[in-house]
Design a protein around this ligand. Sequence first.
Ligand code: TRP
Length: 351
Amino acid sequence: MKNIILTADRPTGRLHIGHYAGSLINRVKIQNEGNYDKMYVMIADAQALGDNHDNIQKIRDNIIEVAIDYLSVGIDPDKVTIFIQSEVPELTELTFYYMNLVTLSRLTRNPTVKEEIKLRNFETSLPVGFVTYPISQAADITAFGANIIPVGDDQLPMIEQTREIVRSFNSLYGETLVEPKAVLPELEVCRRLPGTDGNAKMGKSLGNGIYLADDEKTVNQKVMSMYTDPDHIKVSDPGKIEGNVVFTYLDAFSTDEQIQKYAPEYKNLQEVKDHYSRGGLGDVKVKKILMGVLNEILTPIREKRAYYEQHKNEVYDMLFKGSDDARMAAQQTLDAVKKAMGINYRDILKK
Ligand code: TRP
């Protein structure tokens, strides 16, 4: 079997270190290992319109921001097809046919969708376009025959939904679509990084994110105001590690070498944690380690970003070329789907 990998992001804002930990690192790693036949990275602008149809400028502006974030973290357009969802209209057509295979109650049972409905106050007036987005996600995945989908854990219900659609389609119309598998980050803490305020989700609307494009000063300020242990008041007090965002981020991002570099009296993160739990280690000192670690990751990303910000046309050319390439692949799947369903009239009706 071929290995085809697809990942995507909604262009509702710049990407943050939650995206980095949960998905971007993984994508670059997979890309560089090269054990795949094809890899796609999609900017899900059409999906993002589901709750931003009255603010299209935001989505339009963020397409380039997300593309620059991709290039800055090292996603390489020579190895990966980066494209814009709405540039591939075949995805919409596939969504329309898949809609017949899904019930409304199944959609509203989806835990991620449920949570998003609450967050957006959609309980009493739920836009059809929004609630059906998991179906369009099934189209995104199946259009390219993608079987490996690296995601954070909030996307698991979407992959499950896609698998159900694939099974229904194949059993009704014959083996046509490929069932995908989700791949989660190996490190559990990377699967859903909390916000700087301790909220379980990092997000733009929550104002609790650290962005790949943030400069050093901003990152340091955000780290300084980060949620730690509210009962750790005096340095001598014993501190709690669990739920302490500074330690969560250190778990996600730091290496032993970095701990030794930024706090030479410790060999590894466990020793820092032990000292903090015992008492006698202040928040500021731990935060300084985190600042060092984060800025070490973000500095090269910022440097690349600065280049692409000056060369946006290069980025747009890359996106449109990628979109043409993606469209050709999706067209083949759409042809196969219509043939399986027997609605390829031009081939079958006129003999
Ligand atoms: N819903 C995903 C997110 O918000 C983005 C997405 C759209 C996606 N289509 C996809 C992810 C297909 C994986 C596969 O992050």
